[in-house]
Design a protein around this ligand. Structure first.
Ligand SMILES: Nc1ncnc2c1ncn2[C@@H]1O[C@H](COP(=O)(O)OP(=O)(O)O)[C@@H](O)[C@H]1O
Ligand SMILES: [Mg+2]
Length: 493
């Protein structure tokens, strides 16, 4: 925790004692009915972690009756006592996070004992965990952030928090005490990376120390209270083996895509938000041979490449005066002077498309990126629109020629209704016919195979029976693909 966070935490909690206007009660998290939430970490209170179903049920019942946390008052008292006891230690820059955690937990036990409130050991463990989470971390979000099975945490309002588990959205019992508690937590998150959120800049992108991506948007833009969306960063990103085991693609499809990367095709991964584009981009990038010099360009560094020769660049938003922005576009231009063998761009959103196409057309073949589109054809239309954003007044035909000669392959990724994320099309860009870019679907997901008894799609990528033209390009780079996989009706499995 940074110095400023600790000072802020100490000041906030000390305020009521100095007779300042009463702050909303600190952490009030309803008892947690979800069994999958992580128990307190080993450094937590010596008391036993909540295991007794009876006590949890009792707690839930008392919460249901009162509509409030039965321990709100004692938590507020203990919180204040804790800050009083630890004082400057909370912002001692020499102390490591784990030393601080240790001290907070010890002081918490003393403060809880002093509070002299009859409590079962289960309640005590819960209350102390919640106070620790609030002082050391992000309050009611902490248990959710610790749960490695969750991929997304979405705060719709202070009392409405959703998670994504195995591709499905589920509402949790966790909640903030009130809007002010939620806003304090948002401030804590964004101030850590030097950003701020207020009426003049009501939307902000930030990152948690573990790399998770955060978006916050507050009123007046957000109606019904502040909203927070956290895309959790997985410590060890998915590999091709993971994607195969999730049925996102088959081994044969993986082999084909590996060949396409090694054979230096220019590839775009297209898909909706959260379809798994960045994950697929990371996996595709892992196929780039070790001896190539790779420049990665992103808005928020998410890619994790294991090759030695990787140069990572990250764009920068403007500062408070609106100055100093460095865009993806600037970085793509700059990267061309860095003698890259490959350029990997996290996502193309705007006029950077023009520079990316130029890079792909000028000897940086084998470049890979993602873009937001629902079908491969839609991806081409999006690219065209984004190039127009560059304001160069290029005729549409010239743009399309540029696109057709730059992009070799579009990989469409889709989040299906069953919660799985799959590669649903592998489409080759063939060339131009008149003013139109011609494409050829090499493989398409077979929706007609229907779903099994659990509602899971049974289909695979099915060959359209066409031999892609890129095979020659691959052969030039020494990559051989078994032509049998392109036979009519064949499927990649
Ligand atoms: N093939 C996959 N199968 C299951 N989950 C996936 C897959 N790809 C990504 N995910 C998960 O889905 C979420 C969104 O993935 P991400 O690659 O960031 O999507 P996008 O870049 O399209 O927004 C992440 O939590 C990620 O761990
Ligand atoms: Mg992404």
């Amino acid at each position: 925790m940074s110095l400023s966070d600790r000072i802020a935490a100490a000041q906030r909690s000390a305020r009521p004692q100095q007779g300042a206007p009463a702050e909303p009660v600190p952490p009030v998290t309803p008892p947690n009915g979800t069994t999958t939430l992580a128990p307190p970490p080993p450094t937590a209170a010596p008391a036993a972690p909540p295991t007794s179903a009876t006590t949890l049920a009792t707690l839930t019942a008392s919460k249901a009756k009162t509509g409030r946390d039965p321990f709100a008052v004692v938590k507020k008292i203990v919180h204040a006592k804790l800050v009083e006891a630890l004082g400057p230690k909370l912002y001692d820059a020499h102390m490591t996070q784990s030393e601080l955690e240790q001290q907070v937990h010890v002081a918490l036990q003393t403060a809880l004992a002093d509070a002299d409130q009859p409590m079962s050991s289960v309640d005590r463990a819960r209350v102390s965990q919640e106070i620790a989470d609030d002082i050391l971390g992000y309050g009611p979000l902490e248990p959710l952030l610790r749960d490695s099975e969750l991929s997304e945490v979405m705060v719709n309002a202070y009392n409405s928090i959703y998670i994504e588990r195995s591709g499905k959205l589920v509402k949790t019992d966790a909640q903030f005490a009130d809007e002010a508690h939620l806003r304090r937590t948002i401030d804590k998150i964004v101030s850590k990376i030097g950003r701020r959120v207020d009426e003049t800049s009501p939307m902000v992108d930030a990152r948690l120390p573990d790399g998770s991506r955060v978006n916050a948007i507050i009123p007046p833009l957000a109606l019904d209270g502040s909203k927070l969306t956290i895309r959790k960063f997985s410590e060890d990103p998915y590999t091709i083996e993971d994607l195969i085991s999730f049925d996102s693609l088959s081994r044969q499809a993986a082999d084909l895509l590996e060949g396409c990367v090694r054979g230096r095709l220019n590839i775009l991964v297209s898909g909706g938000t959260g379809a798994g584009k960045t994950t697929t981009l990371n996996v595709l990038s892992s196929f780039i041979p070790d001896d190539e010099r790779i420049v990665t360009i992103e808005d928020a560094a998410e890619l994790r490449l294991h090759q030695d020769h990787v140069l990572r660049l990250e764009s920068r938003p403007p500062n408070i005066e609106g100055k100093g922005a460095v865009t993806i576009r600037d970085l793509v231009k700059n990267s061309l002077r860095m003698r890259p063998d490959r350029i990997v761009v996290g996502e193309i959103r705007d006029a950077a498309a023009l520079d990316m196409l130029q890079a792909m057309n000028t000897g940086h073949d084998g470049s890979i990126s993602t873009l937001h589109a629902n079908t491969p054809r839609d991806a081409l239309a999006r690219l065209e629109t984004m190039v127009l954003m560059a304001g160069m007044d290029l005729p549409v035909r010239a743009i399309r020629e540029q696109v057709a000669s730059a992009v070799d392959l579009i990989i469409q990724q889709t989040r299906l209704k069953d919660g799985t994320r799959r590669i649903t099309a592998i489409t080759e860009i063939v060339g131009m016919e008149g003013d139109i870019i011609t494409t050829q679907d090499v493989f398409l997901f077979d929706y007609s195979a229907g779903t099994d008894e659990h509602g899971k799609f049974k289909g695979h990528l099915k060959s359209m029976g066409l031999r892609p033209r890129f095979l020659e390009h691959l052969a030039d780079h020494g990559v051989k693909v078994n032509p049998a996989i392109f036979a009519t009706g064949g499927s990649l499995q």
